[in-house]
Design a protein around this ligand. Structure first.
Ligand SMILES: C[S@@+](CC[C@H](N)C(=O)[O-])C[C@H]1O[C@@H](n2cnc3c(N)ncnc32)[C@H](O)[C@@H]1O
Length: 403
């Protein structure tokens, strides 16, 4: 028998597990689909009546009716968030039990951190680890976006957008930028739609595609459309993005069908993040800006020296931010870094005198169990990445001046 999970107040992981348990144990319905609808209903409830408890006055069929009403409200308010006519498949008692868990958390609070954390646990529990679907903590995203600073009119993309964290923060930073998100998993795209709609932002264009498939191979093999095809269907003159912000998957072996045509894979066994790095550079316009989360070994290990040499030819590296080991906990303690730079007009080997800012984070905003760590005032997350932000911005400005 599986151990019953005990809910602890303020612990999002625990809330997600408890919801999952109630849905799986009692209804046999798909926990992701039902939890998504329940969370959307709770969001609609918080918009309508933040001070009253969700489903506090409803029992049995009344609870079902109320959730379905809230889903209709959400469907009208946030277009594209739900399938048209979506209704809950849970029974009244199941809904009331789930509501008792959800009533202990406020989804709209703290930059939607809790909602994001619940989704992260819900997204394909079984395939986690294998697919590497760990969302980037919001405080890391906020600082990285502030460093790269998308501006109005710029075309910004995350080709492995997950829950859309980078896209949301790009729109917060520059509401007039044009934001595009791609992911191969339809579930995370729905999460991204909910996250963007819930934060009241202009919708980003979110599309399902395998971002690693490249145009030449597509022509030869007559496969499904690639990212560039989807872009040109919307913007016929599309020639590349101004900004790429991403945390690609690290895990998973790469089959030869992907590696075909990738320079970094020629003669080497590579991981998915290596192909994503090359693909991100390809997707950028000359002078476009890049921020990509990579496993730590890519910036240090001898084995990846050829990758670094390739990257330096293609991109003027502005900064490498070493993230703390707790950053992706509780999902993984793998060390990662963010590589930030600007694509060169043409690849070159004459980069010897360029300075690169190396920043090693000592306060990563999480404790060893992966819970957010707050500063003494209890409000701000306790991390030190903000110290690097003005330095990175300044380096971009100097580069811009010398361009
Ligand atoms: C580590 S998660 C990061 C999500 C997001 N960038 C973030 O930081 O919150 C990686 C995402 O890449 C997606 N992904 C994996 N392989 C992909 C591929 N070939 N094409 C598009 N998306 C892919 C996964 O579905 C997952 O959502």
């Amino acid at each position: 028998m599986t151990r019953r999970h005990r809910f602890r107040h303020g612990d999002w992981e625990s809330a997600a597990l408890r919801l999952d348990e109630i849905i799986c144990a009692h209804s046999g319905e798909d926990p992701f689909e039902e939890a998504l609808k329940l969370l959307v209903a709770k969001l609609a409830h918080e918009m309508e009546a933040a001070r009253t408890a969700f489903l506090a006055r409803h029992r049995g069929d009344g609870a079902v009716g109320e959730v379905n009403r809230l889903l209709r409200v959400a469907g009208e308010r946030w277009r594209g968030m739900l399938e048209p006519g979506a209704t809950t498949r849970l029974s009244g008692p199941e809904l009331v039990r789930c509501a008792s868990v959800l009533n202990r958390v406020r989804l709209f609070a703290d930059d939607l951190v809790g909602l994001d954390a619940i989704f992260e646990f819900m997204v394909s529990k079984a395939s986690k680890g294998q697919k590497g679907q760990y969302f980037t903590p919001r405080h890391v995203i906020a600082e990285v976006v502030a460093m790269v600073r998308p501006t109005a009119g710029e075309r910004v993309v995350d080709p492995a957008c997950g829950s859309g964290g980078f896209l949301r923060h790009a729109l917060l930073q520059a509401p007039q930028c044009s934001v595009w998100g791609f992911d191969q998993d339809p579930r995370v795209l729905r999460v991204a739609r909910v996250m963007l709609a819930a934060s009241g932002q202009a919708p980003a264009r979110l599309m399902r595609v395998d971002s690693l498939r490249r145009p030449e191979r597509q022509l030869r093999a007559r496969l499904a459309p690639v990212l560039e095809d989807l872009m040109r269907a919307q913007e016929p003159r599309f020639m590349g993005f101004d900004v790429v912000l991403t945390n690609p998957p690290f895990a998973g072996d790469v089959g030869c069908e992907y590696a075909d045509g990738y320079e970094l894979a020629a003669g080497h066994r590579v991981e998915r993040d290596v192909l994503f790095l090359e693909r991100c550079v390809e997707l950028l316009k000359p002078q476009g800006r890049l921020a990509i989360v990579l496993p730590h070994n890519k910036v240090g290990a001898e084995r990846w020296a050829y990758l670094r040499a390739w990257l330096l030819e293609q991109v003027a590296i502005v900064a490498v931010l070493g993230l703390g080991r707790n950053t992706f906990r509780p999902h993984t303690s793998q060390k990662a870094c963010v590589v930030i730079g600007r694509k060169r007009s043409k690849p070159t080997r004459h980069f010897r005198n360029e300075e690169v800012l190396f920043f090693i984070s000592e306060r990563d905003g999480k404790d060893r169990r992966g819970r957010l760590a707050y500063a003494l005032n209890g409000e701000a997350i306790d991390h030190d990445l903000a110290q690097a932000t003005p330095l990175v911005r300044r380096r971009f400005e100097i580069m811009q001046g010398g361009a």
